[in-house]
Design a protein around this ligand. Sequence first.
Ligand code: SF4
Length: 324
Amino acid sequence: MILETKDLKKYFPVTKSFIERLFTREMKYVKAIDGVSIDVRKGEILSLVGESGSGKTTLGKLVLRLIDPTDGRIIFDGRDITYLKGEELRRLRRHMQIIYQDPYASLNPRMKIGESIKDPLIIHNIASDQEAYKMVLNMLEKVGLTPSEHFYGLYPRSLSGGQRQRVAIARAMITNPKFVVADEPVSMIDVSLRASILDLMLRFKHDLHLSYLFITHDLAVSKYISDRIAVMYLAKIVELGDVYSIFKKPLHPYTQALISAIPVPYPRREKKLSLSGEIPSGIDIPPGCRFHPRCPFKMNICSEEEPTLRRIEEGHYVACFLHQ
Ligand code: SF4
């Protein structure tokens, strides 16, 4: 295992107005992550899927220790990193990288792209300036930005969205990491270019024996790239399994609705499961199964008790009373 989380929680306190502070002392929290236990195996891509507001990005930031958890544990490569700080945390960063959704925002507009890619090599004392320059040229070739000397001297504004995301990938891969969080890396890229970016990420996975936590709201993308899929709803994992099981036999009504929403070229006339309403706020999580206000199959028990994630068959888990 490269990464494990154990009952991980992140609650953000809600700021109260002056009047609210006068009348109540009770603190309110947004439960962004509410008891998540997942593992990412060495060399695999685990996709985290769900609507926006489900907590995917917060989980990605927690496992990279970009924010501190409220409770729970984070184990990276066999080591508990939950409370790591200072120099130890800085040293760990070269092994854990992130690729953001917006490649333009993640690159310094005043830095030449070669310098941006070189930066982590210098920060982590991986190479001298001269060696780092050669490593960057080599990396630019690997991500398909050739001639590399030409691209080295360009600024982000001179590149297309797809080229900028290639730079962001190069910057993440230059330290030879073991684990990468990719947060919606193709959602802002032209549809025609998405497959080539995903293929590039797959190539790095094979070449570096890399593991990814791949965050996406798009199940079609997760089907293309993942080994396993974890479906997240309102701060919890509701289904987890390998790609084949999730698409062949989705068990949770939320997963079924997400799969039904994937556009297909020649749709069959079968009844689709569609989602009504919006994902509720993390401040007022519904009691019982947190999906029950939107679930077409809800039963009496669903608003009274919370289902836990249980193993249904080898490697396939679901949190739903229909299967317990
Ligand atoms: Fe629907 Fe009940 Fe299953 Fe929740 S536990 S998904 S409400 S059937």
